[in-house]
Design a protein around this ligand. Structure first.
Ligand code: HEM
Length: 502
């Protein structure tokens, strides 16, 4: 998110509002049945009112959503998000219905396509019959090979962590930019999963993926607000996307070639190769099997899931650095488990306090104030009669669930060990009051693997290093709010040193 100043500059310059005015993207359905929140004047379909609301939402989405909740309770209301009007729900019954709705009624895929913009930006053919292959493969691949994948991801994580943090100071404190360092470590770890060893350790590949991610993030914002016929022009002006994707395609080529020959060799039933890329290569057909298309789809997917894990870990790290005393309680749990059983799926699963700390941090901060984005594919009514016109966008506000005082005692307080005695309240367990990984039809298939990864990384950092903030922060640095996104402070540094004996 370092590119934010450029985006803000674009959004606030005179050019973008004019383009938005003429853009077909700001769909104008009749949503008058839903009260408007966050825009203070004029009829809701008036452009200036929309723009005022969208600007406010950009910098204060949590405040806008809180205002809606205070004014209208569980009734849905609409807010202007830079892209369009979005109808926001917070009623539990309506939410459950949304999470279970059929794709033909309320589409998750269409909403994601529009919000993330990855398909358009990377010119991925979203109409290909195999478009959902990656998500499907991921679900079955993780489900079948969970232990092996967790082991590989863990190896890569520990190697990358020691590589980035390891050789620095033993007794002296070293200061590092927290979010970008966590991003670096996560990047290498997830590349092990997506493209395997040794490409995941190729610094040019990792740097290209990071650059493409940055380009896609900038372009997906621009894409939403400029008329589609001007987009390629802006894309060329604002990025080196094409050149970077071409280079990434060249680097991936030999790995794909190797997969193709291995896929043949391993075609004997029961001996299939089990890494993700090999499965993707094996299952892709027609145009989707061309190297460039394989590369863009793989990159698109990697990018779509790239920032949330880093943000989640960094949120927790900031809580720890603000309260270094929590480390001892965590070490009292981690040390005996690791001494007895080492690092593996079962031993990490037994780290209840680590789990609770991460879940509590994710409950308090989240990575987004809104979830369950859906686009109505036809005029559609919920069972209580709430009418959603075709093409409208809806979402669910998450704080009313995660800070519900009937479910959580003192819901606004960070209590890191509040879940540690109850295994039913673990990070990856789903309940109507814990929607971090979704609920219903599109529940996150990466959640077990991700929880394992986050726990290993956090537990290892706590047990191997002392971590604190330097003098510049006396309390937790404020989160950076960008629309519904809740990003840990972008510029904060944390200090660390090798753990000192007590
Ligand atoms: C902290 C990190 C993550 C969070 C908070 C998260 C959260 C979510 C949520 C809330 C959904 C459901 C969205 C909805 O119903 O509208 C979802 C879906 C999904 N997630 Fe994650 N996710 C994370 C990381 C990952 C990772 C690392 C992967 C891949 C390895 C992944 C793969 C997916 C896929 C493929 C879906 C779509 C499932 C479907 O098509 O039904 N996620 N995720």
């Amino acid at each position: 998110m370092w590119h934010t100043p450029r985006i803000v500059l674009l959004l606030t310059s005179g050019v973008i509002p004019v383009l938005v005015l003429f853009s077909k993207r700001r769909r104008a359905q009749n949503l008058d049945d839903f009260p408007t929140v966050g825009c203070s004047f004029g009829p809701s379909r008036c452009f200036s009112n929309f723009y005022v609301g969208a600007s406010r939402f950009l910098v204060d989405a949590p405040g806008v959503l809180r205002e809606g909740y205070e004014k209208y309770g569980n009734r849905p209301f609409k807010v202007a998000t830079m892209l369009r009007w979005t109808i926001v729900f917070s009623d539990p019954k309506q939410t459950m219905e949304i999470t279970d709705a059929a794709e033909e009624d309320l589409s998750f895929r269409e909403a994601m396509k529009d919000i993330m913009g990855v398909d358009d930006t990377l010119e991925i053919n979203a109409d290909s019959p195999d478009h959902d292959l990656l998500a499907e493969l991921l679900k079955s691949h993780i489900a079948r090979n969970a232990t092996k994948i967790c082991g590989e991801v863990q190896d890569e994580l520990l190697a990358s962590l020691e590589n980035v943090l390891g050789n620095e100071s033993d007794a002296d404190w070293t200061s590092i930019p927290a979010l970008s360092t966590v991003n670096r470590i996560m990047m290498q770890t997830w590349q092990r999963f997506f493209v395997g060893y040794p490409l995941c350790r190729n610094s040019e590949w990792c740097s290209l993926v990071a650059k493409i991610h940055k380009d896609v993030s900038i372009l997906s914002v621009i894409r939403r607000i400029v008329p589609s016929w001007t987009f390629r022009f802006f894309a060329k002006m604002a990025s080196n996307l094409e050149a970077n994707v071409n280079r990434a395609t060249m680097l991936l080529g030999p790995v794909v070639e190797a997969c193709i020959s291995e896929v043949d060799e391993y075609a004997v039933p029961g001996q299939q190769k089990i890494d993700f890329l090999a499965r993707l290569v094996k299952r892709s057909t027609g145009e989707d099997s061309l190297l460039k298309n394989l590369t863009t789809r793989l990159l698109g997917f990697t990018i779509a899931v790239a920032s949330t894990p880093s943000n989640t870990l960094t949120h927790a790290l900031y809580h720890l650095a603000t309260n270094p005393d929590f480390a001892q309680t965590l070490r009292d749990e981690v040390d005996p488990i690791v001494q007895r059983d080492g690092w593996n799926v079962q031993s990490v699963a037994n780290m209840r306090k680590i789990d609770s700390f991460l879940r509590e941090s994710a409950r308090i901060n989240g990575v987004s104030s809104l979830g369950f984005f859906r686009q109505a594919m036809r005029d559609f009514s919920l069972s209580d009669g709430t009418f959603l016109p075709k093409d409208c966008f809806i979402a669910v506000s998450l704080p009313p669930f995660h800070r519900d005082s009937t479910a959580y005692e003192a819901p606004d307080e960070f209590r890191p060990f509040r879940f540690s005695d109850n295994p039913e309240h673990s990070m990856s367990t789903i309940s109507p009051h814990w929607l971090f990984f979704g609920y219903g039809k599109h529940l996150c298939p990466g959640r077990f693997l991700l929880t394992h990864q986050l726990k290993v990384m956090f537990a290892y950092m706590v047990s191997a290093y002392d971590i604190r903030f330097g003098d510049e922060w006396t309390s937790r640095p404020p989160n950076f709010i960008f629309g519904e996104g809740v990003v840990p402070n972008l510029s904060a540094h944390v200090s660390y040193r090798r753990r000192q004996a007590r």
